[in-house]
Ligand binder design. Structure first.
Ligand SMILES: Nc1ncnc2c1ncn2[C@@H]1O[C@H](COP(=O)(O)OP(=O)(O)OP(=O)(O)O)[C@@H](O)[C@H]1O
Length: 571
């Protein structure tokens, strides 16, 4: 991530060295001026050092400006890359990662934690480099000016380090608490806003406020503790500095009274000290800053350490497969979700030939949706194989595979964009004509043109502009445009009433025509159309056959069908 940034970093450090050199030279000139011009009252002795001082100040300002701007550019660029890197990584993570982490907490990691590191990167880069060089130069100048005074100062310098060390552990732990609390606050806000209807309908406002206030109190405590620690450290450092300055003045007064030193030298030395302490202080403080940023970094590393469940195999990205016919086979497939106590699928075997409709049904939690996750290769099976046209799925480049196998998920997924863009994401770059054709095939053209801005109407995931059935037809249009040989439909009618369901049956049939379709559903309306029905229960395939045969068999399928017919009759 730091590739290409390192040479700019060298530039920053170079500017810092030059800046410190300029300031050291200015201090020495100040001593000169005091002894030769001020004390003697000689204007002649003033001009030359004054002109040099001015020249040095101008050069110092230019170098300071260049170094400061460059340092911010380098560190902000680093942070930008870090954020993109983490984001890219998160986008590859498997579904269970998102089920186990609260969304708000992930948001806070991608924003707040990255900012914590940003602070360290900015202050670290500018701060450490400039503090280190300044400290070295000023220390060298101090020794050159009066070594005995410098020695007295440096005897006391380790006190700064001791103070910083004492505080570092506390600062890190409080920063960690703060970051965790920040994630919790974001999570509560995000969850509450997402659940506003439930909150308002059931009068849960007070309960939600209490939830927020609990997390906010933890955050408040951490923030106050952190401020207290920093204040205490700052004040302690002030006291240490005062001790150092008094020691130097004491020794200086004694040396002047002995005639071993001039007032100019003492004043220059005192000025040098006022330059020397800030870098020493900030070097010590850097430890505290790093301690605080480490808490944020640890949370990011936790995300980065989570491996994607699947990745392109070596060589698979170069493999040219051509568009498959859509022959899907599962052989003895078993799968258990990472960390789950039981297997979700056990020795599942079935095939779907090109153009066939295979329906997978069964009770809730049977493992039906898991089949869709394996077909899209969100996960690889623990045992057995999933093949497309006889080729194991992991031999296809992931991106290509997902062009060949299209998923129509349970929840209608909407992009924050126009209706047109929402359909076009099925095939980026599709012409307006193709988009409209897809919408017509999905019976969506009519309601889209009735929208205020037609295909250019803006929609978003929370938009109440479109009904569930209309959103589902939009998703069908997207799938039509994608034109994949294999289609996986996961409960396409869930959440739709009988009328809306009836309205999507025809578009669905059009979409399925000529494609291998694997439909996961409780709704057995389309079951008579299926070439094969699989009944899954607790991860096992318990029955398979055509609708009429399974009904005649009188087993689980007949029972599921019967209970559904009863529900329809009752409704
Ligand atoms: N991310 C996960 N981590 C652990 N277990 C999971 C995860 N997702 C699903 N499961 C478990 O795997 C089993 C099969 O789940 P799956 O979602 O495939 O069932 P399903 O038949 O589609 O259910 P439904 O009809 O209710 O959608 C269930 O016991 C479920 O609890």
């Amino acid at each position: 991530m730091t590739k290409g940034l390192r040479r700019w970093l060298v530039g920053v450090w170079l500017c810092t060295v030059l800046g410190a050199l300029a300031e050291t030279a200015a201090i020495l000139l100040f001593g000169d001026l005091t002894d030769n011009a001020l004390q003697k009252g000689s204007l002649d002795a003033f001009w030359s050092p004054a002109a040099q001082w001015l020249g040095i100040a101008v050069v110092g300002a230019a170098v300071g400006y260049a170094g400061g701007s460059l340092a911010v550019w380098v560190s902000e660029r680093f942070v930008m890359r870090l954020r993109e890197h983490v984001f890219d990584h998160v986008q590859k993570l498997p579904p269970h990662f998102f089920q186990r982490h609260r969304q708000g907490d992930l948001l806070s990691r991608l924003t707040g934690d990255v900012e914590a590191i940003e602070q360290m990167a900015v202050s670290g880069l500018i701060g450490t480099a400039s503090a280190l060089f300044s400290a070295v130069f000023y220390a060298a100048a101090a020794f050159w000016l009066r070594w005995e005074l410098a020695a007295a100062t440096f005897v006391l310098a380790p006190l700064f380090w001791l103070a910083a060390r004492k505080f570092a552990a506390g600062v890190r732990s409080v920063a960690r608490e703060g970051r965790v609390a920040d994630g919790a606050v974001t999570s509560v806000v995000e969850e509450s806003l997402g659940n506003l209807v439930l909150t308002q309908a059931y009068g849960r406002q007070d309960a939600e406020r209490r939830r927020l206030s609990r997390e906010a109190t933890a955050w408040f405590r951490a923030a106050v503790r952190s401020a207290r620690l920093n204040q205490a450290y700052g004040q302690l450092v002030q006291v240490i500095e005062t001790v150092c300055v008094l020691a130097v003045i004491g020794i200086g007064v004694w040396e002047i009274s002995e005639g071993q030193m001039t007032l100019g030298q003492l004043l220059a030395f005192a000025a040098l000290l006022s330059y020397l302490y800030p870098p020493i202080r900030s070097l010590a403080q850097l430890g505290l800053l790093i301690s605080a940023a480490t808490a944020g970094a640890e949370r990011l590393v936790e995300v980065l350490d989570t491996r994607p469940a699947v990745a392109d195999r070596a060589g698979s990205t170069r493999r040219e497969t051509g568009r498959p016919d859509g022959f899907v086979e599962l052989h003895d497939v078993s799968f258990r979700y990472p960390g789950a106590p039981t297997t979700a699928l056990e020795s599942l075997t079935f095939t779907a030939r090109p153009g066939e409709l295979v329906i997978i049904t069964g009770p809730s939690g049977a493992g039906k949706s898991t089949v869709s996750k394996l077909l899209l290769r969100f996960y690889d099976p623990d045992a057995g194989s999933v093949l497309l046209d006889g080729i194991p799925l992991h031999d296809f480049p992931l991106e290509r595979l997902r062009e060949y196998v299209t998923l129509l998920p349970q929840e209608t997924l909407v992009l924050h964009d126009t209706v047109r863009a929402n359909i076009a994401c099925g095939r980026p770059g599709a012409s307006d004509h193709a988009i409209e054709e897809a919408a017509r095939a999905a019976d969506a053209h009519e309601f889209i043109t009735a929208l205020p801005e037609g295909y250019d109407t803006w929609i978003d995931p929370n938009s109440a502009r479109l009904s569930g059935g209309q959103l589902q037809r939009l998703a069908i249009a997207r799938a039509v445009l994608r034109d994949a040989p294999v289609l996986v439909l996961d409960e396409p009618t869930t959440g739709l009433d009988a009328i809306a369901t009836r309205r999507i049956v025809e578009p669905l049939r059009r979409l399925m025509a000529g494609r291998t379709t694997i439909m996961i559903t409780h709704d057995l309306n389309l079951a008579p159309d299926a070439d094969r029905i699989l009944v899954v229960d607790r991860g096992h395939l318990v029955e398979t056959g055509r609708h009429d045969d399974l009904l005649a068999h009188g087993g689980t399928y007949a029972h599921l069908h019967g209970s559904q017919t009863l529900t329809w009759a009752a409704s």
